[in-house]
Design a protein around this ligand. Structure first.
Ligand SMILES: Cc1cc2nc3c(=O)[nH]c(=O)nc-3n(C[C@H](O)[C@H](O)[C@H](O)COP(=O)(O)OP(=O)(O)OC[C@H]3O[C@@H](n4cnc5c(N)ncnc54)[C@H](O)[C@@H]3O)c2cc1C
Length: 467
């Protein structure tokens, strides 16, 4: 069979769907979306969505327990069966039927099967040969990387696939990797009854964030019974009566029923035919700021597969930019996905950050300072109750007097990050930001504390005009 479209999109995860939708809707192009598993991708079924469904019930209970008056009624633990049933509802029992009307209403043709690139603007799915008049857009995502630990692969470790769709809480779970995925899964499954051990090679959790973020999350997880090994390398893995055992370089032996690998991702390019284009299977597809592959003007790559920023919203952002560029908007460039996109770790406490950390601001050569505050240091925060500690850091470029980074640690801070994103992307001068008054009594008065803190710090060095 021979088919012809204006654009062929390979991979129906969030990035591929957004690109296909925009090209069909705004560009009125004929678009094929090729998907070999479920439309919605990793995010909808095995990543963002199920993980948040697993985390939220215990978080809601802990929120209640912090608020005097409610705390007296909030006894007990999450009902595991009900949590898992809700998770199944959120992931539509691994059925993508609900995603299809969206595609149909935009006249996007869904082709089910595994796509391989055969050459310039040519793609093959089984016996079907497809040509793209304008472009091929790759959005194939990423898989969990299995670290090269001797003996580990033979133990069949779980990836995000198995852990997010588990039918019951493992009795014990050893997690390799203390990044966002490892931390969220440690939080979720410990609250659902698993005995969890978290192993991280670097000296702290969430190593790319401000140092206090990982420290505060580690302290909270530790209080809830998670065992954490920091600065620990797994030297080998072997079978054990319980399931498996991981042997650490400090001599510790961690036995568990299940092992989860959460130690990074590999781009899904192994079986994609990119060798026909001179690229190496397994490598990320490198792109320019238009998300286009240098030297191949007909090829774009968006989302996890290009390795720029492994987040759903980054992939969707890139998809919009790529589609607009393909539709002729020469100026469409992705500028913020590599310089600190917004990111949230939905542990308790949550970590929500955007832009640069202080260390990265200094590395970038900025004359930067940090204003550190108690996240709960506002009148509004009283209503979040007791024990809702955490630190907030605003990073300011002192030469331009604009915000370049912000990190919030505390309960329920995910939504805080958008205001900071607007201030950073808009490069709003702090002098102007001082007029963005926060309502009383909301936790957003953190912004008032920040501006006062910055003014105070500045006045101790130079006597400047007030903001
Ligand atoms: C546990 C976990 C939790 C996460 N939580 C969050 C979160 O809260 N927020 C957030 O922003 N990010 C989160 N992420 C990251 C997020 O899941 C990814 O960034 C996102 O899914 C990437 O989207 P994508 O469209 O690039 O790829 P994917 O979602 O991986 O979709 C790619 C699709 O392409 C298909 N495909 C691959 N190869 C082919 C082929 N050759 N032919 C046809 N189809 C193909 C795949 O089957 C898949 O459906 C999380 C990740 C994990 C592992």
């Amino acid at each position: 069979v021979q088919r012809d479209f204006d654009v062929v999109v390979i991979g129906g995860g969030p990035a591929g769907e957004v690109a296909a939708g925009r090209l069909a809707e705004r560009g009125k192009l004929t678009v094929a979306l090729i998907e070999d598993r479920l439309v919605g991708g990793e995010c909808s079924f095995w990543a963002c969505m199920p993980s948040k469904a697993l985390l939220r019930p215990a978080e809601a209970l802990r929120e209640l327990r912090r608020v005097p008056g409610a705390a007296q009624t909030a006894h007990g633990r999450p009902d595991v069966a009900a949590v898992l049933a809700r998770r199944d509802e959120v992931i539509h029992n691994l059925d993508d039927e609900a995603q299809l009307p969206w595609l149909r209403s935009r006249h996007i043709e869904l082709i089910r099967g595994h796509a391989r690139i055969e050459g310039e603007r040519r793609v093959r799915v089984g016996e079907m040969r497809i040509t793209a008049q304008l472009a091929v857009l790759v959005a194939t995502g990423s898989d969990a990387a299995v670290p090269p630990v001797p003996g580990l692969a033979e133990l069949d470790p779980w990836s995000n696939r198995e852990i997010t769709t588990a039918r019951q809480a493992p009795e014990s779970l050893a997690i390799l990797g203390g990044g966002a995925v490892g931390v969220e899964m440690a939080d979720a499954w410990s609250s659902l009854g698993s005995e969890v051990t978290l192993i991280e090679t670097l000296p702290r959790l969430l190593a790319r964030e401000e140092p206090f973020a990982g420290e505060q999350v580690a302290a909270a997880l530790g209080r809830r019974g998670v065992t954490i090994h920091l600065g620990a390398r797994v030297t080998r893995a072997e079978r054990a009566p319980l399931g498996g055992a991981l042997i650490l370089d400090d001599g510790a032996r961690v036995e568990s029923q299940r092992i989860l690998v959460a130690a990074g991702r590999t781009p899904r390019t192994r079986d994609l035919g990119i060798e026909t284009l001179g690229m190496r299977p397994g490598d990320p597809i490198e792109v320019d700021d238009h998300l286009r592959v240098p030297g191949l003007p007909w090829l774009y790559a968006v989302g996890d597969v290009n390795g720029r920023s492994l987040l759903t919203h980054s992939g969707k952002y890139q998809a919009r930019i790529a589609a607009d560029h393909l539709l002729g908007a020469e100026g469409a460039t992705a500028s913020v996905d590599t310089a600190g996109p917004p990111r949230v770790v939905f542990s308790d406490p949550q970590v929500a950050a955007v832009g640069r950390t202080l260390a990265l601001a200094h590395e970038a050569g900025l004359n930067a300072t940090a204003i550190d505050l108690e996240t709960s240091g506002t009148a509004g925060a009283s209503f979040w109750g007791r024990g809702s500690e955490g630190t907030t850091r605003f990073v300011v470029d002192c030469d331009r007097e604009v915000l370049v980074g912000a990190t919030f640690v505390g309960p329920d801070v995910a939504e805080f990050v958008q205001a900071a994103t607007v201030a950073i992307v808009g490069e709003v001068p702090l002098r102007r930001l001082a007029h963005a008054v926060a309502p009383f009594p909301t936790r957003s008065e953190l912004w008032l504390n920040f501006l006062q803190g910055y003014e105070h710090e500045r006045d101790t060095t130079v006597h400047a005009t007030p903001l």
